[in-house]
Design a protein around this ligand. Structure first.
Ligand SMILES: NC(=O)c1ccc[n+]([C@@H]2O[C@H](COP(=O)([O-])OP(=O)(O)OC[C@H]3O[C@@H](n4cnc5c(N)ncnc54)[C@H](OP(=O)(O)O)[C@@H]3O)[C@@H](O)[C@H]2O)c1
Length: 226
């Protein structure tokens, strides 16, 4: 049985990943920040435990929690949005909150989780955003969010040097109908996640690693420019 670990799965894209992988017969380990989120995940058949990615003391217990696991797929999904443009620079508090969830948590989770993914020669995908692409930037809205996801992309680029037996990817889900994406988004969460699962399946396995290692993929499997 395949095992997937989903970090940040209380709602939205992370929850849908948990739901669909359980339905496909995977063993699903999924995290939420509170008991309510964990109960929701358990109700759909996931093994849930509490994790706040923005709290180093919480993330530092991950490796211990995963001891002995073989993780075929790890997904860093937790994320926070800020919609301000460069005209309204972030307060220190807003900067810290967003950068801690979107970047620090990913950097701290990587060495805690990657060794257990390496055991399965698996994949560690970090949910980034098309809005992080320097090449595709055509607006200034959500500047801090774009900065944070561009930083997350560099986490993906540097990770393979220390974890060569793990396929490391940045993955854009598209613009998706969630609390973050809003109702106007063109993609439903089930469609986005179904596409991402197919994309992840297509690149899984050590033999495919060289062709996708450290890449930025769109939900449909196409490559995005950094
Ligand atoms: N929706 C889109 O159109 C879109 C587009 C591009 C990229 N993304 C990315 O996709 C990912 C999921 O977004 P979404 O649309 O599903 O957003 P969402 O509905 O707002 O869900 C955000 C998730 O992140 C979790 N989270 C936030 N801070 C956390 C922390 N400190 N520790 C643990 N979990 C934390 C939330 O948990 P709580 O319930 O505890 O708050 C929630 O489960 C994010 O990384 C986002 O940037 C989304």
């Amino acid at each position: 049985m395949n095992t997937v670990l989903i970090l940040g799965a209380s709602r939205g894209i992370g929850f849908e990943f948990a739901r669909q992988y359980v339905q496909e017969g995977w063993r699903v380990l999924a995290t939420a920040r509170d008991d309510e989120g964990c109960a929701k995940l358990q109700a759909v058949g996931a093994e849930a435990f509490k994790l706040d990615v923005a709290q180093p003391s919480s993330v530092s217990g991950l490796s211990w929690r995963l001891d002995g696991e073989k993780i075929d797929l790890a997904l860093y999904v937790a994320g926070v949005m800020d919609r301000n443009s460069p005209q309204t620079p972030p307060t220190q508090q807003a900067f810290d909150e967003l950068m801690h969830a979107n970047v620090l948590g990913a950097m701290q989770a990587l060495p805690q989780v990657a060794p257990w993914v390496a055991e399965a020669q698996g994949t560690f995908a970090f949910i980034s955003s098309r809005m992080s692409s320097l090449a595709l930037t055509d607006a200034g809205n959500a500047a801090l969010y774009r900065v944070s996801k561009a930083a997350l992309n560099m986490v993906v680029r540097t990770a393979p040097f220390d974890f060569p037996n793990v396929t490391c990817l940045a993955l854009s889900p598209g613009w998706v109908q969630t609390d973050m994406g809003g109702d106007a988004a063109p993609l439903t969460v089930d469609k986005s996640v179904a596409h991402m699962r197919a994309t992840l399946q297509a690149v899984s396995g050590a033999e495919k690693r060289a062709s996708v290692q450290g890449q930025f993929l769109n939900y449909d499997g196409s490559t995005l420019p950094w």
